[in-house]
Design a protein around this ligand. Structure first.
Ligand code: SAH
Length: 386
């Protein structure tokens, strides 16, 4: 018995180290472990993230023996694209396959002079915000750092960046896809380090934004290790309403959330930074004048700009899109209180790529998807309204 086990052990293929999601410090350690110079790490990052090279044999500034060694112990493996859709407005959405039939989505939104990539951090989401399609899919697991930065790599490749033929390029990245990035802290921080690294994607900290529903302890932690832009999904100006829309508010209520956002800014050396407040407007739910006034009051000590998002409907959703009248009224009240307010134009909704519409394919471990389907009295997966 023990003998056959030993044989099996020997036959097991060697698990190769995937360098795709490793920030520079980890690649340096990887090289140091087998006595290789640390500067190989920056070269490796450039091959992978700037030239799009995945096989070590093509990394021509490495000696033949180093290439052979790397091939035997390591790999550079992004996830697979299974589908790509392009909206009439130029927005592109990729369906990205992970193991076990799970898929997540990444979206590229081109605008004049910039291109924003929206990246997922988890398969599904555990937070169950009542107005978000991703939440209805339930939750499977966190994405690895390779799977997170792999979305950036795949989008860059698909947009022609590595061949230097890109007519559109990624100038901004927002962690606003599927999942709650702060519930997958270490992998998200590793991936964001690669977005910021000059040997990686070289984006400035102002152009990488992490959006959170408000996991207060993780906001504190983030401020100690990173200085990316922070967006908070607020959606309600008081705890009573926010408890219904964003259930994590019961654990981390508003006053603590606003002060932790302020502390995040206080840690930044640059005192002109602002928090982005995201506020999804739903008809007659959180779009009244008194909500706007209450919001203005809540945020008066916080350097912030407010981004209003008209609710994007999905099948079975219990909310309706805000009317234009209520949306502009809401904006005007905030502006009268001195806030900078932008309205997020709905992009890519013809391919269900707009905010809160990303659903991917989640093998739910929470049974929430099943319960949601039962509630709707049907068996199809959550589908978006086109
Ligand atoms: N979990 C993180 C990251 C998701 S970001 C967070 O909550 O911030 C996605 C953004 O779109 C969030 O601000 C989310 O609240 C918003 N959103 C979710 N569903 C939406 C919908 N149906 N319509 C408009 N915005 C939505």
């Amino acid at each position: 018995m023990s003998c056959s086990l030993e044989v099996k052990e020997k036959l097991k293929p060697v698990q190769k180290t995937n360098l795709m999601g490793m920030p520079i410090a980890k690649v340096e350690n990887f090289f140091a472990e087998f006595g290789e110079e640390r500067f190989r790490a920056s070269q490796t990052l450039q091959w992978i993230h700037q030239k799009g090279i995945l096989d070590f044999e093509s990394m021509t500034n490495f000696s033949k023996s180093l290439r052979r060694k790397l091939t035997s112990i390591a790999e550079v493996r992004p996830p697979d694209i299974v589908n790509c859709e392009e909206s009439t407005d130029g927005t592109r959405k990729w369906l990205i396959q992970l193991n076990g039939g799970n898929c997540v989505e990444a979206v590229f939104i081109p605008e004049r002079g910039r291109g924003t990539l929206c990246v997922s951090s988890q398969i599904g989401c555990a937070l169950d915000c009542s107005f978000c399609a991703t939440g209805k899919q339930g939750f499977n697991r966190d994405l690895s750092a390779s799977e997170i930065i792999g979305q950036v790599w795949l989008a860059s490749k698909s947009l022609g960046k590595f061949d230097q033929i890109a007519s559109k390029c990624i100038t901004n990245i927002v962690m606003m896809g599927m999942g709650e990035p702060l519930m997958n802290f270490d992998n998200v921080v590793d991936a964001m380090n690669l977005m910021l690294d000059d040997h990686g994607y070289g984006l400035s900290k102002r152009r990488v934004t992490l959006s959170t529903a408000g996991v207060i302890p993780a906001i504190e932690k983030l401020g100690n290790v990173s200085d990316v832009s922070l967006a908070i999904s607020l959606h309600a100006p008081n705890d009573e309403l926010r408890n219904k829309l964003v259930p994590i508010n019961r654990k981390y209520p508003l006053s603590g959330l606003v002060s932790s956002a302020k502390r995040y800014l206080d840690k930044m050396p640059d005192n002109r930074r602002k928090i982005t407040i995201e506020y999804t407007l739903m008809d007659k739910v959180n779009d009244r004048s008194h909500h706007a006034r209450e919001l203005a009051d809540l945020l008066k000590e916080l350097p912030c700009k407010i981004n209003l998002i008209p609710f994007n409907p999905f099948h079975g959703a219990q909310y309706k899109r805000v009317t234009d009248f209520a949306m502009y009224r809401f904006r005007d009240i905030l502006q009268q209180h001195g806030y900078t307010v932008t309205i997020r134009t709905t992009r890519g909704d013809d391919i269900a790529a707009a905010c809160g519409q990303l659903a991917g394919q989640v093998n739910d471990k929470t049974r929430r998807q099943e319960r949601y389907k039962q509630k709707l009295g049907e068996e199809q997966p959550v589908k978006m309204l086109m």
